[in-house]
Design a protein around this ligand. Structure first.
Ligand SMILES: Cc1ncc(COP(=O)(O)O)c(C=O)c1O
Ligand SMILES: [Zn+2]
Length: 409
């Protein structure tokens, strides 16, 4: 189907013929032989590409997309550069991805993948490009997310671009200012609820999905867009030995792992990287369980860390994150807030990269660990997202003489 036809699908959706549009869209996205399926990561059951199926009907497990017949032929920009690896061939874009991969001066063999350089300043844009495309083409009209802030900012912007309405459900008082400003600027309806992110998410799961298309990371279509980070690293650096990722709701670490695993399946990566998930010490349900050799997370009800984006006590994607870390021979680790803030400053001053605290957690992890070989640390969000954590010192200058004396110090 050509772009013009896709747009005509959107018009049909506006007139309400949803069954027709879903059929047309499936045909467009997957071809008539449908080589895209959903597979349960727990029991392996397979289902057709249903955009509203988020849990396995048989066992309740998380679902993952299977794209058969994919091949490596990068072309163009944004996540759609990797269309031949994705379940859809084109869609909403703002040129997300293409983020800088910078050799760090902090440590030998350390590279920084700066996701803060995405259009709304975080890695979420990769997923939203795909997720919002699904919402638009299936005639959803509205999208909804629970968010610690970055998902809200990204959903608001991509929904605006696609002409959809966005609702963002936020934990009141727990969202950094820059992210709130973005959600407001892009015209999202901001619904502030009591409690932590985990409560906001369960409200979206229980009520939101009836009224709007949910774009949290339990939605496998959204996560699929995030695997493109692996492809970009591969194009620039080949297959590194370690990928270090901050972990909150635990979707991104799986998405990146999946991207590398697919490169391995296609014979492009001979050796796959170890996935290292970094959590903040006050919000480390996976890292603590890992340290104690447990099979299940040690969920917590009152997560606490300066890194508000990963202040999450019950990561919805924990099963996928365990799969990523186990399959890759990696690990989960925790870093405390002091290490996070120190890493944020060190990265800013040695490499010129401004990370929000959650984004700097991967740097803190990479500096604390002695990982062999080449390491890529994913810095997931921009410093301007959370301006209040940075101490700003100014020197008052009242005269030319004072200025000259300051400049000569
Ligand atoms: C800046 C930043 N880093 C890391 C994460 C955690 O990502 P995930 O929930 O996929 O583990 C988030 C999620 O909100 C984020 O905004
Ligand atoms: Zn299942």
């Amino acid at each position: 189907m050509r772009t013009a036809e896709i747009y005509s699908c959107r018009n049909i959706a506006r007139h309400g013929d949803k069954v027709y549009i879903v059929r047309r869209f499936v045909a467009y996205a997957f071809g008539d032989n449908s080589d895209v399926a959903l597979r349960c990561v727990v029991c392996g059951a397979e289902y057709g590409p249903d955009f509203r199926l988020f849990r396995c009907p048989r066992c309740g497990g998380l679902l993952d997309l299977v794209v058969r017949g994919k091949y490596w032929a990068p072309k163009g920009s944004g996540i759609w550069r990797y269309a031949t690896m994705l379940p859809m061939k084109t869609g909403v874009t703002m040129g997300e991805g293409r983020t800088p991969l910078v050799e760090s001066r902090l440590k030998g063999n350390l590279w920084v993948k700066f996701e803060g350089a995405n259009p709304t300043g975080s890695f979420k844009d990769r997923g939203m490009a795909l997720g919002v495309t699904v919402a638009r083409e299936t005639g959803a009209g509205k999208v909804v997310v629970a968010s610690t802030g970055n998902t809200a900012a990204s959903a608001a912007a991509y929904a605006a671009r696609a002409g959809l309405k966005a609702y963002v459900v936020l934990p009141r008082g727990n969202v950094a200012r820059g992210k709130l400003v973005q959600a407001a600027l892009h015209g999202a309806e901001i619904l502030a609820v009591e409690g932590y992110f985990d409560r906001a998410l369960s409200l979206v799961v229980d009520y939101g999905t009836k009224y709007a298309y949910p774009l949290n990371s339990f939605n496998p279509w959204r996560l699929e867009g995030q695997k493109t980070l692996a492809y970009e690293v591969y194009e620039e650096l080949g297959c590194p030995d370690n990928i270090v990722v901050p972990v909150g709701n635990a979707g991104n670490i799986y998405a990146i792992w999946k991207g590398f695993r697919e490169l391995g399946e296609l014979g492009l990566c001979a050796k796959l990287p170890r996935m290292v998930g970094v959590q903040a010490a006050g919000a480390a349900p996976l890292a603590r369980a890992w340290r104690e050799g447990l099979q299940n997370p040690l969920f917590l009800d009152s997560p606490n860390t300066v890194a508000s984006a990963i202040r999450i006590g019950r990561p919805v994607n924990w099963v996928k994150a365990f799969i990523a870390v186990r399959e890759s021979g990696g690990m989960f680790v925790e870093v405390d807030d002091t290490e996070i803030l120190r890493a944020q400053l060190a990265l800013a001053r040695a490499d010129g990269i401004g990370a929000e605290p959650a984004g700097a957690a991967s740097i803190a992890g990479a500096l604390a660990l002695d990982l062999p070989g080449v390491t890529v640390a994913v810095v997931t969000g921009h410093a301007l997202k959370d301006p209040d954590v940075v101490e700003v010192k100014t020197v008052p200058v009242a005269s030319q003489e004072e200025l000259i004396s300051a400049l000569s110090r």
